[in-house]
Write a protein that binds this ligand. Sequence first.
Ligand SMILES: *Cc1c(COP(=O)(O)O)cnc(C)c1O
Length: 388
Amino acid sequence: MSKNKFETNAIRTQLERSQNLEHSVPLYLTSSFVFEDSEDMRASFAEEKERNIYSRYSNPNSSEFIDKVCQMEGAEAGFAFASGMAAVFSTFAALLESGDHILSARSIFGSTHALFNNFFPKWNITHTYFKIDELESIEKLITPKTKIIYAESPTNPGVDVLDLSALGVIAKKHNLILVIDNCFASPYLQQPIKFGADLVIHSGTKLMDGQGRVLAGITVGTAALIEKIYRFSRITGPALSPFNAWVISKSLETLAVRVDRHCENALKVAVFLEGHEKVNWVRYPFLKSHPKYEIAKKQMKAGGCVVAFEIKGGVVAGQKFFDAIKLLSLSANLGDSRSIVTHPASTTHSKLSREERAETGITDGMVRVSVGLEHIDDIIRDIQQALG
Ligand SMILES: *Cc1c(COP(=O)(O)O)cnc(C)c1O
């Protein structure tokens, strides 16, 4: 591992220069690679040497992206995927057998929830949800078939925070694989491996690219587990495209400065909302009023880009707010340079029942703001006028 700091590694971890001595890493838009002779080809396929064969297995641009994220997360190895969900699916599918059981936090990304509920039962893979406020009761939910503990922190869209080191202790004690979706924090704010995670998953689509251009995903962690994920993925083909790998690897060069500004702006939005008469409550990990403020401070460098709040007046007031927004985007993404507002109850989490939504902290009047990089005065002015 390099002794350089995060920002330096994000910029200086790069492929060896080609004979053209380019300064910025070029794009290797090639599906396959050539061999010197029959012996080179034989040895390459026998995996006696590490080299690129076919871009479904590896590609220089993907490798650079993986190297950077491994440095950032303190991981031994990784594999890059076409999307965050490809990373989530392939990680579980590579590690689990029919009959295995997943112990997962209740508050997880909507598509991951749908994967557990609608598809894994086909392969006899079951799950139990735990409430993140009741970590002490998790041990009772572990069965002889449990193999993975899975969680996100901060959670989407409720912006709750989970004690990662407490979870790490439980996973170690029971010899379970701890997998953390670290997408909301980004590797700049939080490195779950430090707290005992074996694998870390990211949707690169969010803060990593940060400019709303490409879909990408990645799983990093121990070499032994990544080897299994690699074996599965090189056959099933969820690999990240070289072009998207090139884009996102460049994006990582600016991750630290972007995320610093996201967090600075988000905290100002959270403080503004907390003082507003039309707002019932605000949740942001680095607000003192957040129930997990101390844990957030312990495991995160700053609070992230997402703020959740509830408008007084439920659905009707919520709809009025969305229709009055002028500058901010009404969109499903987050972690973008453009600020985005969403209404989880009527969009991303509409397929859940009201009770299921309530369990994950989603109320009818709840708004999620992904605070972007526009000038803070303009962001707040738009939210203020929309609140009326
Ligand atoms: C967006 C997201 C995903 C899925 O990523 P895609 O790139 O959209 O497939 C997974 N987990 C979390 C927490 C996310 O926000």
